[in-house]
Design a protein around this ligand. Sequence first.
Ligand SMILES: NC(=O)c1ccc[n+]([C@@H]2O[C@H](COP(=O)([O-])OP(=O)(O)OC[C@H]3O[C@@H](n4cnc5c(N)ncnc54)[C@H](O)[C@@H]3O)[C@@H](O)[C@H]2O)c1
Length: 262
Amino acid sequence: MRTTVVTGSASGIGRATTDLLRSRGQQVIGVDLHDADVVADLSTVHGRLELVRAVDALSHGRIDGVVANAGVAQDTPADVAVNFFGALATLEGLRPLLLGSPAPRAVLTACLAILMPSDQELVDLCLALDEPGALARAEKLVEAREGGVAYASSKVALCQWMRRHADADAWAGSGIPLNAVAPGVVESPMMARLLGTEFQQAQMEAEVPMPLNGFMTPAVPARLLAWLVSEENTHLCGQVVFVDGGAEVVIRRDTTWGAGRD
Ligand SMILES: NC(=O)c1ccc[n+]([C@@H]2O[C@H](COP(=O)([O-])OP(=O)(O)OC[C@H]3O[C@@H](n4cnc5c(N)ncnc54)[C@H](O)[C@@H]3O)[C@@H](O)[C@H]2O)c1
């Protein structure tokens, strides 16, 4: 039986992924601030260490999949602490436990917001693994009323980190596909404060156009996450897979390839 660790398992996408994997007879070790097999705060060093210690103990040192999904969109420095440094600690901290699996897999939850404005200085501080510096930069963005940029930057940095490492010995070279999903608007508790009124919904529809079926339930990205950590995924490597009802294609159209020849 496969054992998969899902962070953010108490709510939204993480909960839907946990439910789906369990309904398929798999073992899930859920991690969250509350209502989870492992209660750990991934915004803190202590919580990140506790995650690895507890998962190691519960799994007897061997897991098959990691879904680094926990995240916040508070438009505060916490977005950077949880979404980037917490996710990184999850992936790197649990990677040794994947090595004993015959089919190890890892995936993280990014966001369509990677296509929105981000802050290069904050992204660079994240990629330099300077957490105090990154939190201080995020605080400055919040003071400038650009908290949304801090959120987008945390996800941009996470995707860039993933792209820089997916092909390395530690991941692809060890037989571990490492990928990301980038959902559009998901009707989860995270989004409740942003979708409460018809006006807010219309605003969100304008910002994130989703011509294919509109906003989605958490079950939609959960199905993709479940596939990415399944044995069936043998060759998808280092990709950011948009599950967004077409928002990425509306926003980027044909700008993602075709640099052409000189
Ligand atoms: N909802 C959306 O529209 C949307 C879109 C794109 C990406 N995402 C991403 O999907 C992921 C899941 O979001 P969701 O929509 O399911 O939100 P959610 O708020 O429903 O669930 C997030 C879960 O993460 C947990 N969490 C938050 N901070 C934590 C911490 N410090 N330590 C441990 N656990 C913590 C929360 O307790 C919660 O259970 C996030 O990374 C989010 O950025 C969401």
